[in-house]
Design a protein around this ligand. Structure first.
Ligand code: BGC
Length: 255
């Protein structure tokens, strides 16, 4: 599979799953636009890795919860590489707060960074894909929690549930333009978002025991699915989510 000459934007691309997605897409030949907000140095070091791979990349100072900044990412892709073929709406945060204790500020931040950014990222990328012609791929990195409650992480679940319906509805709306919209729903992945669990051996053992495969995913194991969805092999997939969760959603003790 090759993504030679393709141009991708990866939001949240300088850490965690996003960084692995950048490396996977670049490894297959794509040139990449990566945003940064608080860590320009992380984007810069990733850009240096891409240069070594022989790929081009550009880092853009962008707050993805703002449509104007998402437009900056698309404009950077067009200015530097002439087009946008793949939009990966990956940026995400969680507050691990319940319906009883989530503040308005926490609610807004989670919904803005996770869902609003994916909605407008989809809209702005799709407009460019339609303008340039030839279709495109929009890939939303959601979670098992687009469909599966996580008590104590309510706003996060809401945002991912919204991304589930964004994937389905935009997938239907954009199919006539040759734009395929899919989701990847990871389970627990060894990234900064899960540091609290990873640093607590008892909690980590409990989590591992709940996963049929018996361990968290490596970021690359999620990025590989995104790379597949970006490529020719996924030409008949749209408006749906692939769960890469080690079986956690189906886990059963058989009682
Ligand atoms: C959440 C993690 C959680 C994992 C499995 C992820 O989407 O970000 O906090 O551990 O799902 O439940």
């Amino acid at each position: 599979m090759s993504l030679e000459n393709k141009v991708a934007i990866v939001t949240g691309g300088n850490s965690g799953i996003g960084e692995a997605i950048v490396l996977a897409l670049a490894g297959l030949g794509a040139n990449i636009v990566i945003d940064f907000v608080v860590h320009p140095e992380a984007t810069e070091s990733l850009e240096q890795q891409l240069t070594k791979l022989g790929r081009k990349s550009v880092g853009v100072d962008a707050d993805v919860s703002k449509p104007a900044d998402l437009q900056k990412l698309v404009d950077a892709a067009v200015t530097n590489f002439g087009r946008v073929d793949i939009m990966v709406n990956n940026a995400g945060i969680e507050t691990r707060t319940s319906v009883l204790d989530t503040t308005e500020d926490q609610y807004d931040r989670v919904l803005d960074i996770n869902l609003k950014s994916a909605f407008f990222g989809t809209q702005i990328a799709a407009r460019q894909m339609i303008k340039q012609g030839g279709g495109g791929r929009i890939i939303n990195v959601t979670s098992v929690h687009e469909d599966w409650p996580m008590p104590g992480n309510t706003a996060y679940c809401l945002s991912k549930g919204g991304m589930r319906m964004l994937t389905r509805t935009a997938g239907v709306e954009l199919a006539p333009h040759g734009i395929l919209v899919t989701g990847v729903g990871p389970g627990a992945v060894a990234t900064p978002i899960n540091l609290g669990t990873m640093n607590d051996p008892a909690l980590l053992a409990k989590l591992d025991a709940a996963i049929p495969i018996g361990r968290m995913a490596k970021p690359e194991e999620i990025a590989n699915v995104v790379a597949f969805l970006a490529g020719d092999g996924a030409s008949y997939l749209t408006a749906t989510t692939i769960f890469a969760d080690g079986g956690i959603m189906q886990s059963s003790v058989g009682l």
